[in-house]
Ligand binder design. Sequence first.
Ligand code: ATP
Ligand code: MG
Length: 431
Amino acid sequence: MIKAVRGTRDILPPASAVWNHVERIAREVFRSYNFGEIRTPIFEATELFARGVGEETDIVSKEMYTWEDRARAQSEKTQSLTLRPENTAGVVRAAIEHNLFESGQLQKLYYIGPQFRRERPQKGRYRQFSQIGAEVIGPPSSGSESPLRDAEILEMLATLLDELGITGWTLELNSVGSAADRAKYNETLRAALVPVVSQMCADCQRRAVTNPLRVLDCKIPADQPIIDTLPVIADSLDEASRTHFAVVTASLDAAGVPYTLNHRLVRGLDYYTRTTFEFTHGGLGAQNALLGGGRYDGLSEVLGGPRAPGIGFAMGEDRLVLTLLAALDQKAAAQQKAEAFIAPLGESLNAAALVLARELRHQGLWIELGEGSFRLKKSFEAADKTAHHIVILGEDELKSGILTVKNFSTGIQTKVPRAELAVFLAEPPRE
Ligand code: ATP
Ligand code: MG
């Protein structure tokens, strides 16, 4: 038997209803903050991620699905392609390619879609997973550098989680400063690591040389007490970055969005500058990050574009759904039931049943259409599983226009004129 590949999943009803619910709420919230949707390709030139995410990151160094796409004609070149492991690089590439920054306007773009990383599959961690993300980016004259943009994004995320009914989240916040601040901090860290790094894990020994900042990402328990003694990035920030961050936190205070400061939050991607953040949730276990993001003021230039500071985030949709599923499961399953199951009494009534189903569906009802060759008992069983009511359509009902309807939750059987059927079936109204 052929099975789904390790780390990939099939999403079936009723769980798929929870996915649709999450996406619907996300789209509504994005619209109220005046974001538009962008859909970029699922694969891109490998070079985009090597440059846009950073060679030294876990994503690029070990998690990408990359292949040589062979030339099929003389005019084509063999090219290295990669399934997108994240969507920010693709969005910024598209914005540059379509000259979106030339308008001088702030670009506010969101996306929903699959991402691919070759990771060890476990709860909340898959090889194909879905992210819901957004980016706010534009030339400096559009106000893209303002700390108000950071605060607005964070306030929007708090709103989105609230709208989804996810409670008990924590917003962790940090600033990694400008590119120059980071370079300075990297040197401070490099020096501080010299006397201790020999006691650390192999990854940290390598990072201490190539990119000391990444040491702060280390998850190895034995390394944690050593990392706690290292200098913090806040002490390496210049005046402008300090002020920027102070305005972000003051705006969050004003809006009543709670946060905690986390000096170690440098995030997995190389392009972050200034504000970095993560929303975590205790109910998720080891993979507790619901979403992560931050400011990336230099990314457009790294990808060959004009100067276009920006800030964005990516939420793990799989983890949002995991958080919601337990609570929503029953409700979603109930909502999956159609309003009525139409049971034709005999195959000669199949066409008339199709007409009745069409009539009711056009009036906005969810209808399951049965099959006239079923015995009545079998129709009742099928109806009880899939719908709130059964509507029986025999020769008498067709001629008189009075239908027999049974409500499964009350057990009551009623005669209803065809013209009143839609209103009758819609009671009590759906949520
Ligand atoms: P983690 O520390 O969990 O590996 P990350 O830093 O790699 O996260 P990002 O690249 O910032 O994560 O992605 C943003 C969000 O996407 C994460 O907070 C998480 O919710 C989700 N995510 C990342 N990788 C996966 C995965 N393999 N499976 C499911 N969700 C994921
Ligand atoms: Mg990761």
